[in-house]
Write a protein that binds this ligand. Structure first.
Ligand SMILES: O=C(O)CCC(=O)CC(=O)O
Length: 262
């Protein structure tokens, strides 16, 4: 558990595994912190160097006033990777984390040798949807959105389990400014053209019951990059690393092997 001051924000991050391990960077979604990846980490091969972080306004990172730009979120991540000395990582980005992955690959392809675009897209939602979401958070707090968010994050089956409460708690414990700030960043992002120009190995992962980034939307983005692969995880919503960790870890491990990272 460490803190890095980028100059604009203090980012909480965590590095696990040996210094000389093959680097795998995880960027999580809106309203989650780096514990999002806890269910899959024990299922990945030993010896990887795993880097995780909390976006600005999330988890234990500091919370600059909203709104944020996607450029700022990408720069935060770029500075963190330079700070920890990562190059040529496999970058796994989920939802807004996958937008950060796309933007970072366009800006600094030296940092990323392959990427996993999980439950994400070049463009997510519409400005009207995000304006409504931001208004809701500003007036009623994250709690006022939480039940609807759970229905997009998880399948109906998972929503009926006691574990749901843990993830709902994670959501409502994020800061309203962090949630609204990152929502504004998503609202202003359309990476369709820059992502079309990317040339690197890509694996797309979608959840069959994802109410935020449905499988067709994920596939449309992944198909922008020639030779990309796509995997659909059934019985999972927006966070398949939580709902189906064994399958998620297996697909990720196969991808790491296929690109020669392990
Ligand atoms: O999770 C993200 O990063 C953006 C997509 C989203 O809004 C998830 C949700 O529906 O709450």
């Amino acid at each position: 558990m460490q803190i890095f001051d980028t100059g604009d924000v203090r980012l909480h991050y965590r590095v696990d595994g040996p210094d000389d391990g093959a680097p795998v960077v995880f960027a999580n979604s809106l309203g989650t912190d780096l514990r999002l990846w806890d269910p899959i980490l024990p299922l990945l091969p030993q010896g990887l160097r795993i880097i995780r972080f909390d976006k600005r306004g999330h988890g234990l990172s500091s919370c600059p006033p909203a709104p944020y730009s996607m450029g700022a979120l990408i720069t935060d991540c770029e500075r963190l990777l330079d700070h920890v000395g990562v190059k040529e990582c496999v970058f796994v980005g989920l939802s807004i984390g996958g937008m950060i992955a796309q933007g970072l690959a366009v800006k600094r392809l030296d940092l990323i040798r392959a990427m996993v675009l999980s439950n994400t897209a070049a463009k997510i939602g519409t400005p009207d949807l995000w304006a409504e979401r931001i208004k809701g958070v500003e007036h009623g707090g994250i709690e006022s959105l939480a039940d609807a968010v759970m229905e997009r994050w998880f399948s109906a089956q998972f929503c009926a389990t006691p574990e749901l409460e843990l993830w709902r708690n994670m959501l409502v414990q994020q800061t309203a400014a962090g949630y609204a700030g990152c929502s504004a960043a998503i609202s202003g992002t359309d990476f369709y053209t820059p992502t079309s120009g990317l040339r690197l190995p890509v694996l797309g992962i979608a959840g069959s019951e994802d109410g935020s980034t449905p499988p067709d939307l994920v596939r449309e983005t992944v198909d922008l990059i020639p030779a990309s692969r796509f995997h659909l995880i059934r019985k999972a919503g927006h966070l398949p690393c939580v709902e189906q960790p064994a399958e998620y870890a297996r697909v990720l491990t196969d991808f790491l092997k296929s690109v020669g990272h392990i």
